[in-house]
Design a protein around this ligand. Structure first.
Ligand code: GDP
Ligand code: MG
Length: 301
């Protein structure tokens, strides 16, 4: 079905703890790698919207940063964007990591999710990592956290393998009100190409960084142009770190690190955006950027 045939639609906030698999789930659902993913918590910093059609319904997923206690201006802004997102949606998907024990963090997310007053669909993710008996145990633990509050349904899924995702989509689609298609057939996401490029560069980099460094880096696109002669897009990006000592770690021995990031990112960008890319990366220091409100705003965070 096309966007012209849509009769029902809705926005669905995807909430949950960092690392629960929210972005993986959204990518799986829309069939494209719109939201970057990594094993590092707080990979998602900005809200990503992505749409899919299920029969006559258009589902617009709002992938959110993980819900957490803020530790600096950056995480404070991220947490605020999570809470504000509930103002403009029709439903909340609460994604729970089925592979780790449920704790106080999950309780805090539950309180936030139910305080929204929106219909809540609970998603128990990563079922590929545990035995069925374990999944049942998990559901009992979730019931305790929910503590009698009402939710629309609970669906076990694996965002990784796709198990249970069709059931989840039908469950959501069946609850959406009448409405128009907000996204055209070609528009899976509302992110601009520049934003996507910055994100893909960060994703390529996150995999090779450790400790505090992933959180201390941010990527900006400084220049983008079309080279008409050879049909390439040229993008110049800066990877920002917080300290001089971090530059060398990102660049790597004889530039090997940054080169690898460039290759990985270029492959991803070319595949996802359908273009040929000449990518230039540089590394610069911006002290304490995570606590600099105006700088965060300019970087789109
Ligand atoms: P987010 O922070 O909630 O957006 O989580 P991500 O989507 O970035 O995923 C965090 C990590 O969990 C990544 O390493 C994913 O590959 C992994 N992951 C996500 N979903 C699944 C799943 O269903 N099964 C398994 N085994 N791993 C998953
Ligand atoms: Mg994410």
């Amino acid at each position: 079905m096309t966007a012209a045939e849509v009769t029902r639609s809705g926005f669905i906030a995807v909430a949950g703890r960092p690392n629960a698999g929210k972005s993986t789930l959204v990518n799986r659902i829309v069939g494209q790698h719109v939201a970057i993913v990594s094993p590092i918590a707080q990979t998602t910093r900005r809200v990503v919207r992505a749409a899919v059609q299920v029969d006559d319904a258009q589902l617009v997923f709002v992938d959110l940063p993980g819900s957490q206690k803020p530790v600096d201006r950056l995480t404070e802004r991220m947490q605020r964007s999570v809470e504000h997102s509930f103002d403009d949606v029709d439903m909340v998907l609460w994604v729970i990591d089925g592979a780790v024990p449920l704790g106080a963090g999950e309780r805090r997310v539950a309180d936030m999710v139910f305080a929204s007053g929106l219909p809540v669909v609970v998603v128990l993710n990563k079922v590929d990592m545990s035995k069925p008996a374990h999944t049942i145990e998990r559901i009992t633990a979730i019931d305790e956290i929910i503590a009698g509050r009402e939710y629309a349904s609970l669906v076990p899924v694996s965002a990784l393998t796709g198990d249970g995702v069709d059931t989840l989509l039908k469950e959501i689609a069946g609850r959406l009100p009448e409405g128009p298609a907000w996204f055209g057939d070609e528009d899976v996401t509302d992110m601009r190409d520049e934003e996507r490029i910055a994100e893909y560069v960060r994703e390529a980099m996150l995999g090779r960084l450790r400790d505090e460094l992933p959180h201390a880096t941010v990527v900006t696109v400084d220049e983008m142009a079309e080279d008409d002669e050879n049909g390439q897009t040229i993008a110049v990006c800066t990877i920002w770190v917080e300290r001089d000592s971090q530059v060398g770690i990102v660049v790597g021995r004889q530039g090997a690190g940054i080169k690898e990031v460039g290759i990985l990112a270029r492959e991803r960008i070319e595949r996802e955006l359908g273009l040929r890319l000449h990518l230039e990366l540089r590394v610069k220091v911006r002290r304490k950027w995570r606590d600099d409100e105006s700088w965060l705003a300019r970087a789109g965070l």
